[in-house]
Design a protein around this ligand. Structure first.
Ligand code: NAP
Length: 200
């Protein structure tokens, strides 16, 4: 299945998903000629110890609402339904079984990829898929190279996306203060946050 297909996997906690993520996925699809982009809400983020991540079911539902109507975008429960920490390498290995020959692009934030050397089996991950780092125009590439090393940095594809200045952290902070979040994320997601009293 999926032989030769150009596939994007949009990895993130999506707590909550916002227009920065959607613009990035759309741009990645265009730039890398992806036939499909699968949003992969992280089940149990292995690296987040400083704040309680919103229940995966809520993050999944917000992602589903955000991509509704775009037939090139999908959302997957694969990481959510897998017990234990959600390591990217395990996800890519599982997807490889489903999409044997696919050209897999793992897309996520440049600041997340900055920490890739602390992830599980980073070299294996790099060899199994293309890594796409979403960043703002003007992102400090020199710091990135210094942190991950020239060899690793050269295998990462940077994708500059202006809308990435919207952040989930800022949306959570604003929602907690009852400040407006309208227009930072799809209206259905905003209504869901209100209905479910998230981020209060
Ligand atoms: P994070 O550390 O919370 O994010 C760092 C920065 O990247 C934030 O500014 C974040 O903005 C942005 N970002 C995250 N995902 C993005 C996306 N898909 N598109 C554009 N910007 C994005 O990262 P995270 O969301 O928890 O994790 C990102 C991905 O890395 C997930 O798929 C996770 O599973 C993977 N990861 C794997 C390991 C491992 O295998 N050991 C360890 C860490 C992370 P927002 O907060 O606005 O999203």
């Amino acid at each position: 299945m999926g032989d030769g297909m150009r596939l994007g996997i949009m990895g993130g906690t999506f707590d909550p998903i916002h227009y920065g993520h959607l613009v990035a996925a759309e741009e990645a699809q265009y730039r890398f000629g992806l036939e499909k982009v699968i949003f992969m809400p992280c089940g149990r983020p292995p690296h987040k110890k400083d704040y309680a991540v919103t229940k995966a079911e809520h993050r999944f539902e917000m992602t589903r609402l955000a991509i509704e109507g775009n037939s090139d975008f999908e959302v997957s429960r694969l990481e959510m339904d897998r017990p234990g920490p959600s390591y990217a390498i395990d996800t890519i290995m599982e997807l490889r079984q489903l999409y044997l020959q696919a050209d897999i692009h793992f897309i996520t934030g440049a600041d997340a990829i900055l920490e890739i050397l602390t992830w599980k089996e980073p070299e294996c991950l790099r060899d199994m898929c293309k890594l796409v780092a979403v960043s703002r125009p003007g992102y400090d590439l020199a710091t990135f190279e210094k942190r991950v090393g020239e060899d690793f940095a050269s295998s990462v594809h940077f994708l500059n996306v202006p809308g990435v200045s919207i952040s989930s952290t800022e949306i959570r902070r604003r929602a907690a203060q009852k400040a407006p979040i309208r227009y930072l994320l799809p209206e259905d997601v905003r209504s869901y946050i209100e209905r479910e009293s998230l981020y209060r």
